[in-house]
Write a protein that binds this ligand. Structure first.
Ligand SMILES: Nc1ncnc2c1ncn2[C@@H]1O[C@H](COP(=O)(O)OP(=O)(O)O)[C@@H](O)[C@H]1O
Ligand SMILES: Cc1ncsc1CCOP(=O)(O)O
Ligand SMILES: [Mg+2]
Length: 263
């Protein structure tokens, strides 16, 4: 699997898959730019009369519940239903899971449409598995990714999906596999929407690559490595945001292999 990761990055660049996003108001621009930077083609669309047609023409769907309301929740359910019917890969970002009952109920409904991948921080993954002991703080995690491994295993089993728990170490769980990626930089937590961007990039990889575990691993490795390399050149969160987009676009194979820390 490890040896295929760079090949998958090149596949996304050459195939340029169309990725349909229903995401939050905070990150729409950043996530569209992250998708372009890795070579994919983003489209944001949520209007009820078109959302299922859009799913039909895209190669993957990204659903992110960051700033949900009733209209958008319906859009998400229509899109997830269509993706499920058509067997299109889709990724769920359970932003703020466990913070409110509204988020929890929406996530339960979305999970019935069987996402291919779920990516969230440790607090969100714990909440999805109902293993959290307190309400989550909001969109930021109060737990380490390793604390959510059992929760991720439960979710992976129950919904037949792959789970990525993001954080200092990104941990990928599913189909008997546990993969740890020790890349990234703490400065990444000071820019809003980097988790959401990671999810969108995962959408591009599951669109273009048949082996979904390898697709998820390649996307997560690429994103965290680029964050790490970009942070080195950044004076703070502002420049990190810009440098990360540049690095997603121009990372070399040599930089990738030299920086990758996978176990
Ligand atoms: N403490 C950290 N040290 C290094 N990298 C981190 C750290 N926290 C997050 N990251 C990086 O940021 C990415 C986004 O993760 P995270 O902050 O957990 O998402 P979210 O914004 O959804 O909470 C991770 O995949 C990882 O590469
Ligand atoms: C701040 C905020 N509020 C609602 S969605 C959102 C963005 C969260 O982005 P991320 O989970 O990637 O940090
Ligand atoms: Mg998040």
């Amino acid at each position: 699997m490890e040896k295929n990761l760079w090949k998958h990055i090149e596949t996304v660049r050459t195939q340029s898959p169309l990725v349909h996003n229903i995401t939050n108001f905070v990150v729409m621009n950043n996530t569209a730019n992250a998708l372009l930077a890795v070579g994919a083609s983003p489209i944001m669309a949520h209007a009820h009369p078109e959302v299922q047609d859009m799913v039909s023409i895209c190669q993957a769907l990204v659903i992110n519940i960051g700033t949900l309301n009733d209209y958008w929740v319906r859009s998400m359910l229509l899109a997830a239903e269509k993706a499920n019917q058509l067997g299109k890969p889709w990724v769920l970002d359970p932003v703020g899971a466990g913070a409110t009952n509204y988020r929890n109920h929406t996530l339960s409904a979305l999970l019935s449409y069987k996402p291919t991948v779920i990516r969230g921080n440790a607090s969100e993954i714990l909440a999805l598995a109902k293993a959290n002991t307190t309400p989550t703080k909001g969109v930021d995690s109060t737990a380490e990714s390793s604390e959510a491994i059992e929760a991720a295993k439960l979710i992976a089993e129950k919904y037949d999906t792959l789970v990525c728990i993001s954080g200092k170490t990104d941990i990928i769980v599913g189909k008997g596999a546990i993969i740890s990626l020790d890349n990234g930089d703490a400065l990444m937590t000071k820019v809003t929407g980097l988790g959401c961007s990671a999810t969108a990039v995962i959408g591009a990889f599951i669109a273009a690559i048949d082996n979904k575990l390898e697709a998820l691993t390649a996307a997560t490795a690429l994103f965290s490595i680029c964050g790490q390399l970009a942070a080195k050149q950044s004076a703070g969160p502002g420049s990190l945001q810009v440098n990360l987009l540049d690095k997603l676009h121009n990372i070399s194979e040599e930089e990738f292999w030299q920086t990758l820390k996978i176990a």
